[in-house]
Design a protein around this ligand. Structure first.
Ligand SMILES: [Zn+2]
Length: 472
């Protein structure tokens, strides 16, 4: 864990501190929406109840019976023992919402209680957060993303919960996205938004699609039609150790591995791909390779890319003990990079990449089956799968997307198309008056570093800045 570059308050950026202070200084913000920008983590006032954040409380306690919503209502628990020695009866136990995102669980309903208490020990588990106390306020910080998700204000020696993050605060661009993607020409208007986005997003799960539909895409999930592609692409889940984030900021730690050798060459002649996963954001890059030995030069270039584009240096490199990585020892040594490798390979030691490979291949399979493309398109499928996965919310990131954590702005979805769809690309240089004005092609992905589309016209791959999409 890095000790350099310490921030003013552990894990809290300057922008968050300013936001925190402005919230504390604002008196009348109850019903007015806060003009947060997309790049700043947003908090909204906690409505209705006055919750006291109590490090001494062994349970959450509320006096409001009508707010008990859990399944354990009408329990027969022993009474609560008060500091005065009196006892107070518990009439119910259940879950209660703090806002539209966060819930407290196992809240004891004690009608005779004069205050509502949040137990710090339970809160940290319910919200997967830490609670840090300061002289005049305390903050709740998400353990996975290190983002501030709540704020408490000290009053008369007690800390009251005053603000919490809402899912809509972090990004505010759903209307812009809606306008963008509906403006694109399409010939097929009969596909429901649910099916269209399920296909565009690599047959993502209903949970992720529902989240994206509400947060970014601005439509309601409607269709429950069984998808014929998903069962072909998804393998049964194998046991895997839980994923944890071991870094405090992007590029503090990257995970790396090589997938392959695959029995069929890709269109470009590749048999492998190199995978790099940033630990903090889970943003993923893959590079197709004909030979494993290409990994060395690709990694050197990646280190330069990070330095130039993100103005930071990769601090720790984690991989298995493959010869391609061991041969970079002197490079790591010269650049001050900590090289963590497993002496004896076990998947668990490199679990982040193993898990990512599984996800990439699952999405890639779905793309290939959906497009009815032959096996040699596996490289395009894997590249497109990675492009999509970087824009999908992840449970390990508290349902943020890798893209927004890396770039501090919401990902764009307006450019996404259904992999394998028929596309009519404009022929910008017709050689004579009677030559065709468009080229019928297949859409096969998003070229890196260009605002364009990768198309296949049955004889060659080329890129195109726009095309008419004639499929779903
Ligand atoms: Zn599907």
């Amino acid at each position: 864990m890095s000790k350099e570059n310490a921030q003013p308050v552990i894990g809290i950026s300057e922008a968050q501190l300013k936001q925190l202070l402005s919230l504390l200084d604002t008196k009348n913000t109850e019903s007015k929406s806060q003009p947060h920008t997309a790049a700043k983590p947003g908090l909204s006032k906690v409505a209705s109840r006055s919750w006291i954040i109590d490090s001494g409380a062994t349970d959450h306690i509320s006096s409001s019976p009508q707010l008990s919503l859990g399944t354990n209502n009408r329990c027969s628990l022993p009474p609560v023992l008060l500091p005065s020695g009196d006892k107070a009866n518990i009439v119910a136990k259940g879950s209660m919402p703090l806002n539209s995102v966060y819930y407290l669980h196992n809240v004891l309903c004690v009608p005779t209680f004069k205050v509502d208490l949040i137990s710090v020990s339970h809160l940290t588990r319910d919200l997967n957060c830490s609670v840090i106390f300061f002289p005049y306020w305390c903050i709740l910080q998400d353990l996975a993303t290190r983002r501030m998700i709540g704020l408490g204000k000290q009053h008369n020696g007690l800390y009251y919960l005053v603000a919490l993050a809402t899912k809509n605060n972090f990004t505010n661009h759903s209307s812009a996205t809606k306008n963008n993607f509906t403006n694109h020409p399409t010939c097929n208007l009969t596909v429901s938004p649910t099916d269209l986005w399920h296909n565009r997003l690599g047959h993502t799960s209903p949970l992720r699609l529902n989240f994206l539909a509400k947060k970014f895409l601005n439509f309601s999930i409607q269709s429950n039609k069984p998808c014929p592609i998903c069962p072909l692409a998804k393998q049964s889940r194998l046991p895997f150790s839980p994923s944890v984030i071991s870094s405090l900021k992007p590029f503090e730690l990257i995970h790396c591995d090589i997938w392959g050798r695959y029995r069929h060459p890709s269109l470009s002649g590749a048999y492998y791909f190199l995978t790099i996963v940033d630990d903090f954001t889970r943003f993923t890059w893959i590079f197709l390779m004909q030979h494993k030995s290409e990994a060395q030069s690709l990694l050197r270039r990646f280190f330069s890319y990070v330095l130039t584009q993100f103005n930071t240096r990769i601090k720790t490199f984690r991989s298995d003990s493959g010869g391609e990585f061991l041969s970079l020892r002197s490079f790591f040594h010269d650049n001050g990079v900590v090289f963590q490798h497993s002496c004896v390979y076990t998947p668990q030691q490199n679990g982040v990449v193993e898990r990512k490979h599984r996800h990439i291949l699952q999405v890639a399979r779905a793309l290939r089956f959906q497009a009815h493309l032959p096996t040699q398109f596996w490289g395009e499928c894997a590249l497109t799968a990675t492009h999509i996965i970087n824009r999908l919310p992840s449970p390990v990131l508290s349902f943020h997307t890798p893209f927004e954590l890396l770039y501090s702005k919401p990902p764009s979805f307006s450019h996404l198309r259904v992999f394998g769809c028929l596309a009519y690309a404009t022929n910008v240089h017709p050689s004579h008056k009677f030559e065709r004005r468009s080229i019928p092609s297949i859409f096969i992905g998003y070229p890196t570093g260009q605002k364009a589309f990768k198309l296949f016209d049955l004889s060659q791959i080329y890129t195109c800045s726009s095309f008419l999409c004639c499929s779903t």
